[in-house]
Design a protein. Sequence first.
Length: 318
Amino acid sequence: MNSKISVPSRSKKTLDFVEGDLVVGRRAVIDGTGTPPTVKVSGTVYCEGDNTFECTLSAQKLEAEDNVIIRGDLEIETDVEVEDGRLEVYGKMTAKRVDVDAALYVTEDLAVEEVDVGGSLKVDGSVKAEDVDVGGSFKAKGEVEAEKIDVGGSVSIESKVDITKLDVGGTAKVGGGKIRKVEVGGSFESKDSLEFEEIDVGGVVRLTSNNKGGDIDVGGALKVEGDLEFKDIDVGGKVEITGSGEGCEMEVGGKVEAGKSLKLSGNLEVGGKVEAEEEVSARNIEVGGVLRSRKATAEDHVEVGGAIITAEGVTAHL
């Protein structure tokens, strides 16, 4: 038969090892023994709300109502469930599945299989997870490695990422790295080199340094502070690349600017004007406004609605 230890509400108790379950009354405080202070529970920890653990807590499972504070590491073998409250961990946190209604804050690293937070998730260290699902905002200072991140509001990751799919309703900022698929409703920004397969953003995309990937579909504007290798680009507004751009197809509703060259193996179709400091080359070049570059080369044909301004002329092979 599984034993149980109960700690009365509004009391303070020092524990070492609990064989079985631990029930912590409302507003009770638990302290541990050893250095650092630690409480180990072989079963489940039940918290009735507004509880503080002045120690590292290790258990098979944690269930809580209302807020819980852990002033140490939290080591849970299976599930963490917090209803109608927030969980604060002033240390590292490990578990398999985490479900917190309001907010989860971890001052060091977070390692889980699945984490589901209704409000906000903030991690000052690194994050390693298979599935991250947050209703509001997700912030991380360290590196983030995840299969899938789904956030209703905003994402801010200061370090490099390795993510299979990033799905964000509002805005997303990352510190560079690898993301296979990016889907963002508002704006997406990478502060360092990014490798990707697909970027689909409703508003604005900002990339930095050397970027390499597949398709980019943006409703508003694409701004690259550096170089970009891509497959196909479809942008409703403006494309601005301070370095070189190289890819297959580019279709832009507004204007295209390149600080160096723009080289395409397929077609370039721009509603407004195209400006490049060096060469513009493509199979077909179709520009609604002005084409200005040092040189323009098309394998098939060039069609420009406005003026063509080049230092070395235009070459069309057919």
